[in-house]
Design a protein around this ligand. Structure first.
Ligand code: PAF
Length: 300
């Protein structure tokens, strides 16, 4: 987005913004052709909407590093293995567009399901062990759906760079594997987790938490952070138990899994010395609904 100043005096300044919202691949491709004919580099931020400050940080970085920023806003049905989860997923396109305009995005791509999936996508993506562990084992088909939509977006936009949040640590690893497999010429740019001042990792799903559930959810980041000190004097197995046991003691929280893994392969580790890159990945059910929250912490 560029800000055009139409008329300016010391007292008033009338401006307009030129961010475009398009729903079809054809309209998107026309805008991209114009940008490319001007020699512009293109950055893509794939999202499922319900944007928050975490997404805003990706868009800010994309705008800073590219001449032309495309943000996709599409709740992708093929990555939901639970129909209720898909139905409950928060949607707020109008508010998303207002935020994206203020951040300097050039295009919002908000297609319909029919536009992205005119026929059933039968492609199968498989990157073991990365896509089989953790989320892969608890949400069968999830990463296949992510690869289906992200590859479609990469083919439609052909971005020079694409931006993903590290809260979805495993997703970033799977997308890197897919890019290598499909030999796509796009740089994957992982961006740090954005947290509320009290530590809660930002997530579109936080909007589904009742106030008391949000308080309970703080236990997740609290014990992940504390475990970074705890690990200095304890084994990997003890640290894992420390996180799981303490979070499970918080009323309203139930750990689905906590794995301490190699930061590249995502294979579970047994000892701290087994890898140079060590990350703890957690998924916790929170509250009555329940809301499924994920987070992670880097140990080294
Ligand atoms: O991380 C997300 O919001 C989604 O998985 C993504 C990458 C936009 C694909 O739908």
């Amino acid at each position: 987005m560029k800000l055009f100043v139409l008329f300016c005096t010391p007292k008033i300044c009338i401006t307009y913004f030129d961010m475009q919202v398009v729903n079809t691949k054809k309209a998107l491709s026309d805008l991209l052709a114009t940008a490319r004919s001007m020699g512009k580099s293109v950055g893509l931020v794939p999202t499922m909407g319900a944007l928050h400050e975490g997404h805003a940080s990706l868009v800010r970085r994309c705008v800073a590093e590219n001449d032309f920023t495309v943000v996709s806003d599409f709740v992708n049905p093929t990555q939901f293995n639970d129909k209720k989860d898909l139905a409950d997923y928060p949607r707020s396109l109008e508010a998303d567009c207002r935020l994206l305009e203020s951040l300097g995005a050039d295009v919002v791509f908000a297609p319909t399901v029919e536009e992205m999936y005119p026929t059933v996508d039968e492609r199968v993506f498989s990157y073991p062990p990365t896509d089989e562990v953790m989320e892969g084992s608890f949400r069968p088909g999830h990463f296949n759906g992510v690869c289906q939509i992200v590859s479609k977006l990469f083919y439609a936009v052909e971005p020079n760079r694409a931006y993903f949040g590290e809260k979805d640590f495993q997703q970033v690893a799977v997308i890197k594997a897919m890019v290598k497999d499909l030999k796509l010429d796009v740089e994957i740019c992982p961006c740090s987790i954005v947290r509320e001042a009290d530590g809660l990792a930002l997530s579109s799903r936080n909007a589904l938490l009742a106030p008391e559930e949000r308080v309970a959810a703080l236990g997740i980041s609290k014990y992940l952070f504390e475990s970074r000190d705890y690990m200095k004097t304890h084994s990997l197995a003890e640290t894992k138990a420390f996180v799981i046991d303490n979070i499970n003691k918080v009323e309203g929280l139930e750990v689905q899994y906590y794995e301490i893994v190699d930061g590249d392969s995502l294979v579970s580790l047994e000892n701290w010395e087994d890898s140079e890159s060590v990350v703890g990945c957690i998924t916790v059910f929170c509250g009555k609904r329940p809301v499924r929250l994920i987070d992670n912490v880097r140990y080294k």
